[in-house]
Design a protein. Structure first.
Length: 255
């Protein structure tokens, strides 16, 4: 398994908190259970989403993650936010007037549903990435018996994303050193040829890497060098997030 590289490495914030020390597979299960609980919560239970946000804030405080660090990484959901803001205007159904605007009632609920659940899901993922090294995430997926081929594909993809980005940067510098600057559609053919050349180079590099792995005894599976398992106390600490969330979800359906 490779270490953390590129954007994934920038998401991780080293620390020694109780959240950092939890095994990766415990955190993966906890985050998945939390997200499923949030999605299962009725959108009309507005108070429940406030409780979920408070739970995540507590996790961030225990992990000693600054609020700015988390909020900056929530920017990734901006496209979904933009779509959510359009729903009240394009959805059908009963209308309500607000500041002179005619808004769809179902669209407002739909926008709230996307914003609340999407933001909480992204925030939970950011907390996971900020407290778990990429290598540990991949090992955690192995311990959870995810198909080995999928884990290997994810490992190689993340490891060589930087390699491909560096190759593209070198090609861009080579173009610019020859006076090329993309200014409009008439230059799209050059960019398309660049993409084709990048694909060929990546394919050839992949073949060389595969041959190098075979020469070192690769037989279709990556060795697991860390077989640490989680104890009951660690699973109990990991459950501190999804279990209260499940209680809130049940109350949201019953109240």
């Amino acid at each position: 398994m490779s270490g953390s590289h590129g954007p994934a490495a920038r998401l991780y914030r080293p620390g020694t908190s109780a959240v950092h020390r939890l095994p990766a597979h415990c955190k993966l299960v906890a985050v998945l259970a939390f997200v499923l609980t949030v999605v299962a919560t009725p959108r009309e239970a507005v108070w429940a989403f406030g409780a979920y946000a408070a739970f995540l804030a507590c996790v961030a405080a225990v992990a000693r993650l600054p609020a700015g660090f988390v909020l900056r990484r929530l920017v990734i959901e901006v496209p979904f936010v933009a779509f959510a803001f359009l729903l009240p205007f394009i959805a059908t159904g009963p209308r309500v007037e607000w500041l002179g605007l005619s808004l769809s009632e179902s669209g407002l609920w739909g926008a709230w549903n996307i914003l609340a659940k999407g933001t909480l899901g992204v925030a939970a993922s950011v907390l996971l990435a900020a407290t778990t090294e990429l290598r540990q995430v991949l090992l955690g997926l192995q311990r959870l018996r995810l198909p080995p081929l999928l884990v290997q594909i994810a490992s190689f993809m993340l490891r060589y994303a930087d390699v491909i980005a560096d190759e593209l940067t070198r090609m861009r510098i080579a173009r610019e050193s020859r006076g090329f600057t993309a200014r409009g559609p008439r230059h799209w053919s050059v960019l398309a040829k660049t993409a084709g050349a990048l694909f060929i180079r990546c394919y050839e590099r992949g073949e060389r890497v595969h041959l190098a792995m075979l020469s070192r005894g690769y037989d279709g599976g990556m060795p697991v060098i860390d077989r640490l398992t989680a104890g009951g106390a660690q699973w109990a600490r990991a459950a501190a997030l999804p279990v209260p969330a499940l209680v809130v979800c049940v109350l949201g359906w019953t109240l």
